[in-house]
Design a binder for this molecule. Structure first.
Ligand code: P6P
Length: 341
């Protein structure tokens, strides 16, 4: 990753990326421009979350004439209202909405599908912990142009995604995305409301020194996960040190740190009842988009037995075990799961 000398906004970068897709019509650029509007509004509310009660915005209508809701419902509402009328989408899917989200009449149905987690980790917001928005864009595969999107348009393998990324609302707000030509990070300059290219062509270190997992769940892990984590706690011959433990409990924050510094994030299924594995994280709008970013940055994403991007989804809110990050660390975990170590 090199520090960019040029001053490039996200909109300009997307426009340039667009030129790499011969069939692109500029619609993709306008889709992401609409999405950015929602992100800036979400970031404004997230940045003053602590004040919501103090300033009395705990209900009714705030100074902007907007009904004040829980932040994740607010984020959901802003993304829906920014994206429902642009004519780029045939449908949407959201962590906050049980059913497939139709494009309201009379708006035009477009050729893309947007799936998103509007505010992942929002339970952390009261403690001022970094949270994020995760998004995935697929090209529609069903029905005639202009018709309503269907579940088939959402239930595509992650490898088909045309774009994926996340926004991390931390000390600064960053948007990280890939459209299949590398991973690029943009930091919001709030004084001008522009996302400026700050991390061009992010590459995740092939091997890391940190692991991210909720060790409170140790008793629910399978044997391979227990052996792998115990292995990480032994001194690494290469560094004469064990791996460090880094866990925020906010997926976007944990992943973003691991993407920049190297690291492996694990959320294995709860195996308390081996006959009924209980994974936690969602495939379509958490695992798939972060898996595409990880692989485009030189990393990997796996369930331990299968690469995330190769999974054929079967349900909108399907959950999967997720191991994500530095390539050699994910491969090492897979070796433990497959009994090769
Ligand atoms: P646990 C937040 O609630 C979330 O969905 C992810 O952002 C995070 O990685 C995970 O759950 C944390 O789960 O069980 O460790 O609190």
């Amino acid at each position: 990753m090199t520090a960019p000398a040029k001053l490039v906004t996200l909109s300009r970068h997307i426009h340039e990326e667009q030129r790499l897709h011969p069939e692109a019509t500029g619609e993709f650029t306008r889709l992401l421009d609409d999405f950015l509007i929602a992100i800036k509004l979400i970031r404004r509310e997230v940045s003053r979350a602590g004040l919501i009660d103090i300033l009395g915005f705990t209900g009714g209508v705030n100074v902007h004439g907007e009904e004040v809701k829980k932040l994740d419902a607010f984020a959901q509402d802003r993304i829906f209202k920014a994206m429902d009328h642009g004519g780029h989408l045939c449908c949407m899917a959201s962590e906050e909405v049980e059913e497939l989200i139709r494009i309201p009449d009379p708006y035009k149905r477009g050729k893309y599908v947007l799936m998103f987690d509007p505010l992942d980790g929002s339970s952390n917001i009261d403690a001022n912990v970094t949270i994020g928005t995760i998004f995935s864009i697929q090209r529609r595969v069903s029905g005639p142009p202009g018709s309503d999107g269907t579940l088939a348009d959402c239930l595509q393998k992650g490898r088909n995604q045309v774009c994926a990324g996340y926004v991390v609302y931390g000390p600064s707000t960053m948007l990280v995305y890939t459209a299949g030509h590398g991973v690029h990070g943009f930091t919001l300059d709030p004084s001008v409301g522009e996302f400026i290219l700050s991390h061009e062509n992010i590459r995740i270190p092939a091997r890391s020194k940190n692991y991210s997992i909720n060790e409170g769940n140790t008793s629910a892990w399978d044997e391979a996960t227990r052996r792998y984590i115990d292995h990480l706690k032994q001194k690494d011959p290469a560094t004469n040190r064990p791996y460090g433990a880094r866990y925020i409990g906010s997926l976007v924050a944990d992943f973003h740190r691991n993407l920049l510094y190297g690291g492996v994030f694990l959320y294995p299924a709860d195996m308390t009842d081996p006959a009924k594995p209980k994974p936690k994280l969602r495939l379509l709008y958490e695992a798939n988009p972060l898996a595409l970013v990880a692989e485009q940055a030189g990393g990997l994403a796996s369930t331990g037995r299968e690469r995330i991007l190769d999974i054929q989804p079967t349900a909108l809110h399907q959950k999967v075990p997720l191991v994500l990050g530095s390539r050699q660390d994910v491969e090492a975990y897979e070796a433990f799961v497959l009994g090769r170590r």
